[in-house]
Design a protein. Structure first.
Length: 249
């Protein structure tokens, strides 16, 4: 994970904080993080964990404010639009969820973006239109990699070059990115966010390490590679992005 730490080093310095020795009230285990006045409360991560129950992994983040309160402002077009995200970078190989082995850094993410809908198989708001739900918080698997074209030390969601035929999950949304759009709904309750994700082999989750990140991404203004860059890291749960979290601990 050295590449991941290097890729976000500058952003981490800008939003660094001390890890608290005390557990956030009501949230045990995982990565405990001290609140930061420098971070907007709904993205101020204070607790991150992944636990398992039968064949399900439960991804959990708690913040110092109300989780999911803020969503991006609509700009009216895909180009240059923003994405807000809560992210769990992991040590799991992308092949675990249907991408090519070694394709990059596999991360689970919960996102909101009012200018486009990348869950074409599902109608999250129940209005009969499957193409207008992007503003609602929803889940993804994404594969990340550093790319200087996004800015010094920045990450992007891995692009699919024209003509390339990578291995993709069945619920790939059709975008030229290594992204998956499963129907696992995030549950927001006060200061917490949780998503229950089923796995055929829960052992791969139990063996993984993880971290927690809140961040903003932006679609390239020319809608060209790199298509989706991480442009602002609000907070990193560990402070160093060294993925210290252990599943079920």
């Amino acid at each position: 994970m050295k590449r991941l730490a290097t890729a976000l080093a500058a952003a981490v310095l800008a939003s660094s904080f001390a890890t608290s020795a005390l557990a956030h009230k009501g949230h045990a285990g995982g990565i405990q993080s001290a609140p930061s006045k420098a971070v907007k409360a709904d993205f101020d991560i204070v607790h991150t964990k992944i636990t398992t129950e039968d064949n399900n992994a439960i991804f959990h983040i708690a913040v110092s404010g109300k989780a999911g309160k803020s969503t991006p402002s609509k700009v009216g077009k895909l180009a240059g639009s923003s994405v807000f995200s809560y992210v769990w970078p992991t040590t799991m190989d992308p092949s675990v969820v249907g991408f090519d082995k070694g394709a990059g850094i596999l991360a689970f993410a919960v996102t909101s973006h009012p200018d486009f809908d990348d869950t074409p198989l599902y109608d999250e708001n129940g209005d009969g239109d499957r193409k207008n739900d992007g503003d609602l918080w929803h889940s993804h698997w994404v594969v990340l990699t550093p790319d200087e074209a996004c800015g010094k030390g920045a990450l992007k969601v891995v692009d699919i070059p024209e003509g390339a035929k990578p291995k993709l999950p069945k619920t790939w949304p059709g975008l030229p990115l290594l992204i998956d759009s499963p129907a696992w709904s995030p549950v927001f309750k006060g200061d917490t966010l949780e998503v229950r994700v089923p796995f055929d082999d829960i052992g791969v989750v139990k063996a993984a390490s993880f971290d927690g990140v809140s961040a903003a991404l932006r679609v390239n203004a020319s809608v060209h590679s790199p298509l989706l860059c991480v442009v602002d890291v609000f907070k990193v749960a560990s402070g160093k992005l060294n993925l210290p979290g252990k599943v079920d601990q």
